[in-house]
Design a protein around this ligand. Structure first.
Ligand code: NIG
Ligand code: FE
Length: 405
């Protein structure tokens, strides 16, 4: 049984802890067996049955659960750096989309890309994410918006799940925006999603969740209800891109439908906050999207005070959040969402795991959980998220195996 010792601070991140309590232990030891954690505690309390096992000295570093990026759009064709420049010159995200850029431009590029190219590019991103300490990634479709390309994206995720160590959790986002060819026929698109794509997705086990973008220029809450009801009927968990650029009732709908998470929420109002709290929906904050769109940040303090769990994720995509750097998103959550480092850590581990229905298996360092572990070159969580570096992660264990040293 391998052992990690000489850990200056170990964050156990128990799933049921309040956001501010990351279960921090000083001077601790972690033991795992096969793919799961066997024992965690103070060095002085290590049971004698573990003495003599293979020990790795962490050199007085921080040890945290493998990070969980619970919201990404990982598979896409092409980039949109020119739109970044246009936004800096004053154009809005919505202006660019209305002029034919934005999400639809990535749809065109993703439709044209081969599965092999999409796989190679996403595989490269995953390799970098793993080295940052990320061991699980939620990944959405939504750049196909027709039968073939939505399925192509989801098949890319299935292939990648088999070919590299990061665990992937796929989400069908056919309700991202209305594809151009359906501009005159919104109902026709809803029929395609509900009667054709969703049944194929679930029959082939290609996704665990269904997500819809509720926004002006995307889908209304009523249209989202149609898609999400059908997804629920077919056995998928629900997620909602809610209240990102305006309060469109997304949070309230997520609560009403029993979604596992509501994501973005930059414009969520007090009634939305209350609804999320009452329904136990996880709020997924995406501070990189706020940074890049020069938009407001999620009201994390109001959410936490209301009893809502706030996860932190990257939203990695070629438009609003062109970075997969989850530790950077966590530092931004501290600086701009007024979250403490411990809260940001809970948000990128235990609560992120809950946002993808994995709260009982990953995101915490406790006996019985999967041995997904990141070793961070910092004495504690505060220092890690304060002293931002390209990569402070010096070791990653995924399902009990060393995958980065
Ligand atoms: O989460 N809000 C909608 N979708 C993505 C952006 C996608 C894009 O710009 O390509 C988001 O921000
Ligand atoms: Fe997103």
């Amino acid at each position: 049984m391998p052992i990690l010792k000489n850990i200056s601070q170990l964050a156990t991140c128990p799933a049921n802890n309040p956001q501010g309590d990351a279960g921090l232990l000083e001077d601790s030891v972690l033991v795992w067996r096969g793919d799961h954690i066997e024992w965690v505690g103070r060095a002085a309390d290590l049971p004698t049955r573990f003495h003599g096992e293979a020990v790795t000295d962490c050199g007085g570093r921080l040890v945290v659960p493998g990070l969980v990026d619970c919201h990404t759009h990982l598979c896409f064709g092409g980039w949109r750096g020119d739109e970044f420049a246009q936004r800096l010159a004053g154009a809005s995200y919505q202006d660019i989309a209305a002029a034919g850029g934005g999400i639809m431009r990535t749809v065109t590029a993703t439709r044209a890309a081969s599965s092999g190219d999409l796989e190679r590019t996403a595989m490269g991103h995953l390799a970098h994410m793993l080295r940052l300490g990320v061991t699980t990634v939620e990944c959405k479709s939504g750049y196909g918006l027709n039968y073939d390309t939505e399925l192509k994206q989801l098949h890319v995720y299935r292939t990648l799940a088999e070919r590299q160590p990061v665990s992937l959790v796929a989400t069908y986002l056919g309700g991202h925006v209305l594809p151009r060819e359906f501009r005159q026929d919104r109902e026709g698109y809803l029929r395609l999603v509900c009667e054709s794509v969703l049944p194929t997705v679930t029959r082939n086990g290609l996704a665990e969740f269904c997500d819809v973008f509720i926004e002006e220029g995307a889908f209304t809450a009523n249209e989202a209800r149609v898609i999400l009801s059908r997804a629920q009927e077919l056995g998928l968990g629900l997620k909602v891109h809610a209240d990102q650029l305006s309060d469109g009732g997304g949070a309230r709908l997520a609560a009403e439908m029993g979604a596992v998470s509501a994501e973005h929420l930059e414009y969520v109002g007090p009634d939305g906050v209350r609804a999320l709290a009452e329904a136990g929906v996880v709020a997924v904050s995406l501070p990189l999207a706020s940074l890049y769109l020069k938009e407001r940040y999620i009201p994390a303090r109001s959410l936490i005070e209301a009893g809502v769990r706030v996860a932190v994720a990257t939203d990695f995509n070629p438009g609003s959040a062109p970075s997969y750097h989850l530790p950077l998103a966590m530092t931004l959550a501290c600086l701009n969402q007024n979250m403490t480092p411990a809260e940001a850590l809970m948000g990128a581990t235990a609560y992120a795991a809950r946002a993808i229905g994995r709260g009982e298996r990953i995101g915490s360092l406790q006996a019985g959980y999967l041995a997904d572990i990141a070793i961070i070159d910092a004495p504690d969580v505060n220092h890690w998220l304060y002293h931002f570096r390209d990569n402070a992660c010096t070791g990653v264990i995924k399902s009990g195996k060393w995958v980065h040293t």
